[in-house]
Design a protein around this ligand. Structure first.
Ligand SMILES: NC(=O)c1ccc[n+]([C@@H]2O[C@H](COP(=O)([O-])OP(=O)(O)OC[C@H]3O[C@@H](n4cnc5c(N)ncnc54)[C@H](OP(=O)(O)O)[C@@H]3O)[C@@H](O)[C@H]2O)c1
Length: 217
């Protein structure tokens, strides 16, 4: 299964790329510059050694041709970027991992886009695709430390059940992570916004917090 990561050259996209490649996915890291994407892949191989992972650096347009696509650009460019790739993304699962945050004094505060969440904005920009929301609460640094399993729950929302199920299947391939069906994109706003709370906890308690839901089988 090939997964393209649009905007995959940033810390979050790179970390997710490594983590997904480590469990057997073929990954294409996309960028507005294919040269930059190729450099990032070289850097990752230099840092982690050649482990036989299937990692390639390509343009965003090429990454969007993969069977499934993750959007890993900054939040305010997610919908415009998706719209520009509408044709390539048509009919596909598109996973949005963005958080809309603003630094206010010493804190990060959540911002609310017009439709309440970035994922809902992306779905509106590409109505012919199946958009899900996931990975908001996984810190990029830990994602990229592939020799250490991550722990926690990954909250997943989408308007189509197939998009939720396919996203959860990807999450559950990664050791110790559990994907949870959190309903439609109407619930994406509080999930995205909760990242601000986690960042605040990290700062105050000098830790890396994550989300774990109790009471589920
Ligand atoms: N950092 C985390 O711990 C974390 C964790 C979970 C989720 N997230 C979310 O994941 C997303 C990526 O996070 P990040 O920290 O990796 O972000 P980032 O470094 O700011 O951006 C990721 C990549 O997006 C591309 N990009 C930048 N501006 C763009 C624009 N105007 N239009 C299109 N592409 C643009 C850049 O790639 P090129 O220049 O190569 O095109 C950049 O390397 C964000 O939405 C963030 O909220 C982050």
């Amino acid at each position: 299964m090939k997964i393209g990561i649009v905007g995959g050259t940033g810390p979050a996209g790179r970390g997710l790329a490594l983590r997904l490649a480590s469990v057997g996915y073929e990954i294409e890291i996309g960028s507005r510059s294919s040269g930059r994407a190729a450099e990032i892949v070289d850097e990752l191989i230099e840092e982690w050694g050649d482990r036989g992972y299937q990692l390639k650096g390509v343009s965003n347009e090429e990454a969007a041709l993969a069977e499934m696509v993750v959007l890993a650009t900054p939040w305010d460019s997610c919908a415009p970027t998706a719209k520009a790739l509408k044709k390539q993304l048509s009919g596909k699962l598109v996973i949005c991992m963005a958080n809309a945050l603003a630094r206010v004094g010493n804190e990060f505060h959540a911002l609310y886009p017009p439709r309440g969440s970035i994922a809902a904005d992306v779905q509106a920009a590409i109505p012919g695709s199946r958009v899900s929301m996931a990975f908001q609460h996984l810190p990029a640094k830990e994602l990229g430390e592939i020799d250490t399993p991550m722990e926690g729950d990954v909250l997943v929302c989408a308007d189509e059940q197939s998009a939720i199920d396919e996203t959860i299947e990807i999450v559950n391939k990664m050791d110790n992570l559990r994907g949870l069906d959190c309903g439609s994109l109407a619930n994406a706003a509080p999930v995205e916004a909760f990242t601000a709370v986690l960042l605040q906890l990290n700062k105050l308690y000098k830790t890396r917090s994550s989300v774990s839901i109790i009471g589920l089988e």
